[in-house]
Design a protein around this ligand. Sequence first.
Ligand code: SF4
Length: 443
Amino acid sequence: MTERVQKEMSLYEKLNILSDAAKYDVACTSSGVDRKGDGTGMGNCSKSGICHSFSADGRCISLLKILFTNECIYDCKYCINRSSNDVVRASFTPEEICELTMEFYRRNYIEGLFLSSGILKSPDYTMELIYSALYKLRREYNFQGYIHVKAIPGADERLIRLTGFLADRMSVNIELPTAESLRLLAPHKSRKNILKPMRLVQERTKENRQEITMYKYAPRFVPAGQSTQMIIGATPETDYQILSVAEALYKKFDLKRVFYSAFVPVNRDCALPVLKEEGPPLLREHRLYQADWLLRYYHFEANELLDENNPNFNVLLDPKCCWALKHLECFPVEVNRADYRMLLRVPGIGYKSASRIVKARRLGKLNFDDLKKMGVVLKRAVYFITCDGKMMYPVRIEEDYITRNLLNTGERIPEGGGMTYRQLTLFDDMNMQSVHSEGSELL
Ligand code: SF4
């Protein structure tokens, strides 16, 4: 089965190549799974995440993030590993994956493994190699740490199912927001083939939940759920289209996370956009992550945040502030009376502080000092709330006035891109450079 797997290259050389080749995959943050080792093997899996990244609570976390192979029979135009590229190719053996994971784990370098892969020979062939690596790791090396693995579209369902019983999380990358873009940039892939394993994981997870309620020791299938990743800015879809796709994935496939990855040009290809000097659309990616939080934790719908007439996020203000400014008729909100869902919609109030408010006000009326202690960001919230009928300062509930003041409170807008502060029309569509940040409670 493994005749194309490199034998002559050293493990260190392979690691260099295959960890570098994996860096474009962003779908690898915190799992939310909380599973203790049983004491018989190596490792356990803790709640706050995996990967060389930042978890939702801001903690730096680590995992061994590698490709099984960077050989690939497909030719996705945006990918460094596409078949038409002349790059050094390497592949691990299942044994090598196990050795690396165990060695890194023993040395306390990692908390788990994130394993993705190019398509070596065929989807089945690749999935079988991945399955075999995970099987060895779990059963022979007794590794009980976290494993996030890719399900390969087009691979035998039985193999995907078996692999799911060895992994904590699985993901299938949707790659691009629409089937049309996929045809254009990843002609060997199809939306149907990508959604099929997603559906499989979803259904098997549901069945597994029932098995677990019936039999306490039933094996767990993908306990940390499934996620996916979309490339942003390689094709012309608007933020509204992208967010609507994400919303549909959450609702129809029970995904735990959709990851957004700003397009980074690694190939020259006439089908790809040419980025101007501002570079990859990182601020756009950041706004999409913020909006994604609004969908998952704040009960917003995509069509409340954007629509056909305003299809892109404003780069200067976060999506929640933009929504509030367009719905000033809902404000000010009285924090001592407003229901939880309305509190969630107030800029400056996150889901944790909203819960604290709801609990604390049972014991007495809250004032602005109390809110501050509960984590409310008053420099944003003051325009939208009253405490016991009074605003903190006399403010005008007026779009231009609040917008100007919110901008002056200095949301961290990255420098560069020739950007200047100005009175804006909300939902201006402007490009500018940013650092990627994702995660913490959206206030
Ligand atoms: S399938 Fe496409 S995206 Fe994945 S490694 Fe191959 S060329 Fe790259």
